[in-house]
Design a protein around this ligand. Structure first.
Ligand SMILES: Cc1ccc(OCc2nc(C(=O)N[C@H]3CCS(=O)(=O)C3)cs2)cc1
Length: 345
């Protein structure tokens, strides 16, 4: 049995040893509960005479108050310890940088297309647009491609119902633009006055039945057309050299024409470039086709080929983008893999 005088200290040590609120409630019960020490002492008061009971009762109440004070102090301490633990556990480091919401970005082929449009735009070329599903006339016939030409075959061209095709190049847009331009200036032409030159590029999606590391069924082309009364190969070379130097941001590159054949140009030439530095240094790279627009195509625009002439060129935008960005597999452009695309933020 603990003497009354030591009870408060004893209880305080008991409460201090209680590590959790539940343990503290158990310790509390030992002193203040139904069978607690203090409760038993109070019960013992009944045996005493009134005088002694009053005095003893006061002594017990004084100790009870000390025990309750010790109990509340411990409750407070446990509550603060719990709060401190929570604050530690749930602390937010407000100095951390915010979580970025990944910003989208333009696809590398579209970046190349916009770059090409800006460069030709600075040389006075308009940008034509037109349907991706084309008629046989605009995709082949108007471009002097004979009925039995291999390009028309099913293993090269996607046919959709009727005699429509998925355009195999962006040339149809050039023809459409030229026909509209000639119609709009018919009055000047017939009056023997000067028709404003046709100076247009036609960038866009094109489709061919082909698929490997350097060919995709859908790819992107840009074609250029400059028609006037005295436009020749020298203009083509000047325009193309300026374009390609700006596109690759380098004057340290050479350009050469290599004789070739296209139904819509005569004479025709492939254009190769060679970088003076970098990983592709010293290698001739085919980048375009070009030529003097064929007289029949001039006629199909509604112009007299004895009076109007000019050049045309065509380039694969995906190919130019691959060269500019060092991409070695065309299919990477179309996989939609964010690890690849994020490099072009
Ligand atoms: C009215 C009109 C008249 C002539 C035209 O000639 C467009 C031309 N294209 C090429 C050419 O070689 N193109 C290909 C090269 C790479 S590619 O991406 O496969 C397309 C040469 S001349 C176009 C429109």
């Amino acid at each position: 049995v603990i003497p009354l005088a030591d009870l408060a200290d004893h209880a305080a040590r008991d409460f201090a040893a209680a590590a959790t609120p539940a343990a503290l409630e158990d310790a509390k019960a030992r002193y203040l509960g139904k069978t607690g020490v203090l409760t038993e002492l109070m019960k013992g008061l009944g045996k005493l005479d009134p005088e002694a009971r009053k005095a003893r009762g006061a002594e017990i109440n004084a100790v009870k108050a000390q025990v309750e004070a010790a109990l509340n102090a411990r409750r407070q301490a446990l509550a603060e310890a719990e709060l401190c633990r929570q604050l530690q556990a749930e602390a937010l480091d407000v100095s951390l940088p915010g979580r970025r919401r990944g910003a989208g970005s333009l696809h590398p082929v579209m970046r190349a297309m916009e770059r090409i449009e800006a460069i030709f735009g600075s040389m006075g070329f308009e940008v034509a647009d037109g349907p991706e599903i084309e008629t046989d006339w605009f995709n082949f016939t108007a471009l002097n491609t004979p009925a039995d030409h291999p390009a028309r075959s099913m293993h090269d061209t996607f046919y959709v119902e009727g005699d429509h095709v998925l355009r195999t190049h962006t040339s149809p847009m050039q023809i459409r633009h030229a026909v509209r331009h000639v119609k709009a200036h018919r009055h000047l032409i017939d009056a023997g006055q000067t028709m404003p030159e046709i100076r247009v590029i036609a960038p866009g999606r094109t489709y061919r039945v082909d698929s490997d590391a350097t060919h995709s069924p859908m790819f992107h082309q840009v074609e250029g057309l400059w028609i006037g009364e005295a436009i020749s190969f020298k203009d083509l070379k000047a325009v193309y050299l300026d374009f390609i130097q700006q596109f690759f941001e380098s004057k340290d590159l050479e350009l050469r024409f290599r004789p070739s054949f296209f139904p819509f140009t005569e004479p025709s030439a492939e254009i190769d470039i060679m970088f003076g530095q970098g990983p592709l240094k010293g290698r001739w790279l085919e980048v375009s086709g070009s030529g003097q627009v064929h007289p029949q195509v001039i006629r199909n625009m509604g112009l007299d080929p004895e009076r109007y002439l000019g050049f045309a060129l065509g380039s694969g935008i995906d190919r130019l983008a691959m060269l500019r960005y060092g991409v070695n597999d065309l299919r990477l452009f179309f996989d939609g893999d964010l690890r690849f695309l994020a490099q072009f933020q």
